[in-house]
Design a protein around this ligand. Structure first.
Ligand code: Z5A
Length: 205
C-alpha cells in the first residue's frame, strides 16, 4: 500500500494528543509503519521555533507568527515528512497547514491568499491524504485544556479567538470535503475513538 499522510486538527483541548496514540495503534494493528510527528515542531529547529511561538512572554506580530510557523514547516516537510513518505512510511502529524488557515487566517485575520502562497512555496504539491478534524465547542475544549499546567501564548487567547479558529477549521473542512472527516469530539472518548476508527477503516479500504 502506498504511504499516506494523515493529519489531526482541532481547537485547544479537542483531544488530538489523546487520539494520536489511538490512531497509531489502529494503524500498527494493520501492519502500517507510522512516523508520528507534530507541528510546530518535529525537527530540532522546529522544536526551537515552537518554544518561541508558545512562549507567552514573547510578543509576536501575526505576520511573524505565520512566517515562523511556515519556517518550522519547511524544515519539517524537507527533513521528516517527504523522506518518510519516500521511504514508504506513513506520516501522522498532530497539526499541519490547516492549523495555519485556522489560527493565523481565522484567528489572527491574515488573508487566506497569503497563507496559500506560503503553502505553495513550502509544500509544492504535498497535501495530507486524510485530515481528521476533532470538532468541539470552544467552551468545552477550553475547560478540558484548563485542567493542565500554565497557559502558553495561544492558550491565553479569549474564547472569541478560538470561535474564529473553529469556524475557519469548519470552513476548511467544507472546502476540502474529500480529504476531511469531521469527528464530534464532544462525545465521551470511547465514542470519539469509535468514530475515528470508522473513518480510518473507510480510508483504508
Ligand atoms: N498553531 C498555529 O497557530 N498555527 C499552526 O500552523 C500550527 C499550530 C501548526 C500548539 O499546538 C499551538 O500552535 C496551538 C495552535 C498553534 N495552540 N493552541 N491552542 P498544540 O497542538 O501543541 O496545542 P494544543 O491545541 O494546546 O493541543 P493540546 O494541548 O495537545 O490539546 P489536545 O491534544 O487537543 O487535547 P488533549 O491533550 O488530548 O486533551 C485535553 C484533555 O482532555 C486531556 O486531559 C484529555 O485527557 C481530555 N480528553 C480528551 N478527549 C476527551 C474526551 N473525549 N472526553 C473527555 N475528556 C477528554
Amino acid at each position: 500500500m502506498q504511504a499516506r499522510f494523515i493529519t489531526v486538527e482541532g481547537v485547544e483541548g479537542a483531544g488530538k494528543s489523546t487520539c494520536i496514540d489511538f490512531i497509531r495503534r489502529v494503524l500498527r494493528a494493520r501492519g502500517i509503519d507510522v512516523v508520528a510527528t507534530r507541528e510546530p515542531g518535529g525537527t530540532p529547529l522546529g522544536e526551537q521555533l515552537r518554544a518561541v511561538l508558545l512562549d507567552h512572554r514573547q510578543d509576536i506580530t501575526p505576520d511573524a507568527e505565520a512566517l515562523l510557523m511556515f519556517a518550522a514547516r519547511a524544515e519539517h516537510v524537507a527533513s521528516v515528512i517527504r523522506p518518510a513518505l519516500a521511504a514508504g512510511r506513513w506520516v501522522l502529524s498532530d497539526r499541519f497547514t490547516d492549523a495555519s488557515y485556522a489560527y493565523q487566517g481565522g484567528g489572527r485575520g491574515i488573508a487566506l491568499e497569503r497563507i496559500a502562497q506560503l503553502e505553495a512555496w513550502v509544500q509544492g504539491d504535498l497535501r495530507p491524504d486524510l485530515t481528521l478534524l476533532l470538532d468541539i465547542p470552544v467552551e468545552l475544549g477550553l475547560t478540558r485544556a484548563g485542567r493542565r499546567s500554565a497557559p502558553d501564548r495561544f492558550e491565553r487567547e479569549h474564547a472569541a479567538f478560538f470561535e474564529r479558529v473553529r469556524a475557519a477549521y469548519l470552513e476548511q473542512a467544507r472546502r476540502h470535503a474529500q480529504r476531511y472527516r469531521v469527528i464530534d469530539a464532544a462525545q465521551p472518548l470511547e465514542n470519539v475513538q469509535a468514530h475515528i476508527k470508522r473513518a480510518l477503516d473507510e480510508f483504508l479500504q
